[in-house]
Write a protein that binds this ligand. Structure first.
Ligand code: SF4
Ligand code: SF4
Length: 291
């Protein structure tokens, strides 16, 4: 049965347009960059891009995984890593004049280090051209790599190390095949062990079929792994071929998750229907830093 629940009134999306949006679009195209905002069909693109907040996706447009919620193309990536990409990302960040940038990637299980060195080079290139910009990376799980590759990324000193758990462990086989819940948790815990001054962040989507108790357990697991920031947003089905929406979680339920999360000790929580991993990431981080 493919019948999907009707979108509720609180899932309202502003249509993209205006000068800020057009400027961001131009800078992305001029620098030949891929954005997760476009590839994932993110509902916030109108709002984010009007302020220059685009999340760049490095290492190509084809992912070696096939998560059933995700709109990114999957398969064997046609190309090697582009050695000029870190420079183009750095150029775009400078042109956008960002205070905070989020950089993510596809998974590259076909590369020995999973792209760790490419991430590190991108961080260094951005920092060189925009020393005041805080850098958040949203990384793959490097599950097939030597655990030491994580050090390569951490040593480049991003300000925020983000890796999403995406869903509760019981839904991994159907939602995130190829990934392992405890591997991802442990990855974030190791980041904290390697550099206790680095902020760690993770997120999940809700409305995939999880129950509330399992969401609260994920929060506990994250805190046990010393994760600092949490995002929770409503899953939206990108196309009818993707995992179905089980239900729309109400704004009141999101508010209750947020309250619970602060109670468990997260430093920063965003839990709303349209929260995405990179949504308002800069504003939230600046608030925390200035607090
Ligand atoms: Fe892009 Fe993130 Fe904003 Fe979505 S929430 S448009 S992915 S920056
Ligand atoms: Fe999408 Fe990331 Fe899964 Fe690849 S690993 S399919 S980019 S969610």
């Amino acid at each position: 049965d493919n019948a999907q629940p009707k979108k509720p009134s609180w899932i309202r999306v502003k249509a993209p347009g205006g000068k800020g949006y057009a400027d961001t679009h131009k800078i992305m195209r001029e620098n030949n960059l891929v954005t997760v905002c476009e590839e994932a069909g993110c509902p916030n693109v109108g709002e984010c891009w009007s302020q220059g907040h685009a999340t760049m996706m490095i290492m190509g447009e084809v992912c070696t995984r096939a998560c059933t919620f995700c709109n990114i193309a999957t398969g064997k990536p046609p190309e090697d890593l582009d050695a000029f990409e870190p420079g183009r990302v750095a150029h775009a960040v400078e042109k956008l004049g960002l205070n905070h940038v989020v950089i993510t990637s596809v998974d590259r299980d076909d590369i020995k280090d999973g792209g760790a060195e490419h991430f590190a080079q991108t961080i260094r290139a951005v920092r060189h051209r925009s020393p005041k910009t805080t850098i958040e990376i949203l990384t793959p799980d490097f599950i097939k790599c030597d655990p030491a590759v994580l050090e390569t990324v951490v040593e480049a000193r991003p300000d925020v190390f983000n890796h999403n758990l995406e869903t509760v462990p019981g839904l991994y086989p159907e939602v995130r095949p190829g990934a392992r819940y405890f591997h991802s948790l442990r990855l974030l815990q190791r980041v904290k062990e390697l550099d206790p001054s680095m902020f760690t962040k993770s997120g999940i989507m809700v409305g995939l079929g999880e129950d509330e108790q399992a969401v609260r357990q994920v929060m506990d697991d994250m805190r046990a792994a010393d994760i600092d920031f949490l995002t929770i947003g409503q899953y939206l089905q990108p196309t009818p071929k993707h995992h179905g929406v089980d239900r729309f979680v109400t704004p009141e339920e999101f508010a209750s998750y947020e309250k619970a999360a602060y109670g468990k000790g997260f430093l920063m929580v965003s839990a709303t229907p349209l929260t995405r991993s990179s949504y308002h990431a800069g504003d939230d981080f600046a608030r925390l830093r200035d607090a």
